[in-house]
Design a protein around this ligand. Structure first.
Ligand code: 13P
Ligand code: SF4
Length: 304
């Protein structure tokens, strides 16, 4: 923390001067998460927070689609990305044309699109979802067939929770969560039977089937705070365990985790530079933003 202190102090001072707030995803490193964030949360919580904050500037400590979502919901605010290269394998896996292909293949079926997508893809969809409300959103669709893009594993996990719907999906995956295997979890449990195994729904369904609990990043956080297991294995991005460990020293976090190379592009140094130079503002074409906003706001309304 001593190495981070000058950055934290400089960022917190600049935040006031710029009337800025820092929205940070749960996958940010502890120096960002505990040191400079004004609000932390999962994708849904950050999207809702973007509509509520009164600042002139939002610094998005997360990946590009999250900054775009904030801009779509708050076009009058300046939304800064500390590193424009912080992308997402799911967002890269599909374009608006891909959504059109799915619509042609399943005429009349509504398109439920994960927020981990570009504004163009959201604009081509009927409604968005996040990992915390996907089952609820799909269940609320009137049609028997529902198209889910772009995460095939989230779609397959939702299909188990909402068996009354026929869910068809795009072939996208998260490079962080697709790497876990059910055998990893079984092996771990065999030697550590007391460990609580917790997954994110971007993991393949056979991995989720081995878990004691599966939920969005905030769902995971709430579960660990509530249950306070002696040992927990978080089958997700590595910073989740580091951030909770700082709050709950009595829980022993064990087992493997994977790093998201995109989330890890955001550093204290880049946040300081971003606030100092007001770079880089995220822009979304007005017409695209208008249509994307409808899809995101429909999701927020249905999740309340
Ligand atoms: P959450 O909505 O659960 O925070 O997930 C976002 C994400 O990118 C997970 O990989
Ligand atoms: Fe995208 Fe996966 Fe990284 Fe989340 S963890 S931002 S889904 S690549």
């Amino acid at each position: 923390w001593a190495i981070h202190a000058p950055y934290v102090a400089a960022i917190n001072k600049l935040k006031k001067e710029r009337n800025a707030v820092i929205l940070a995803h749960n996958y940010m490193t502890p120096d960002i998460y505990h040191g400079i964030a004004d609000f932390v949360g999962d994708s849904l919580q950050l999207a809702i927070k973007a509509t509520e904050v009164e600042a002139d500037v939002i610094v998005q400590c997360g990946v590009h689609f999250m900054a775009e979502t904030s801009k779509i919901l708050s076009p009058e605010k300046t939304v800064l990305m500390p590193d424009m290269e912080a992308g997402c394998s799911l967002a890269e896996s599909i374009t608006a044309e891909g959504v059109a292909q799915m619509r042609a293949q399943y005429p009349g079926a509504p398109v439920v699109t994960y927020v981990n997508t570009t504004a163009e893809v959201k604009a081509a969809s009927d409604i968005c979802c996040t990992s915390s409300n996907a089952a609820q959103i799909v269940a609320a669709m009137e049609s028997d067939t529902v198209i889910m893009t772009p995460d095939k594993y989230l779609a397959q996990n939702v299909a188990k929770q909402v068996p009354q719907k026929r869910i068809v999906w795009w072939d996208g995956a998260c490079i962080v969560h697709e790497r876990f295997t059910p055998q990893d979890l079984r092996d771990f449990r065999e030697y550590n039977p007391e460990t609580r195994i917790i997954t994110h729904p971007e993991c393949p369904p056979d991995v989720v089937a081995e878990a004691d609990f599966s939920g969005s990043t905030s769902g995971i956080l709430e579960y660990v705070h509530r249950e306070k297991p002696k040992q927990a294995m978080l089958v997700t991005e590595c910073s989740m365990a580091s951030n909770i460990a700082d709050e709950l020293p009595e829980v022993d976090f064990v087992g493997p985790c994977n790093m998201c190379p995109f989330m890890k592009k955001i550093t204290l140094e880049k946040v300081l530079w971003s606030l100092h130079t007001m770079s880089t503002p995220v822009e979304v074409d007005g017409a695209v933003a208008g249509r994307a906003r409808v899809a995101v706001e429909r999701m927020i309304d249905l999740s309340r």
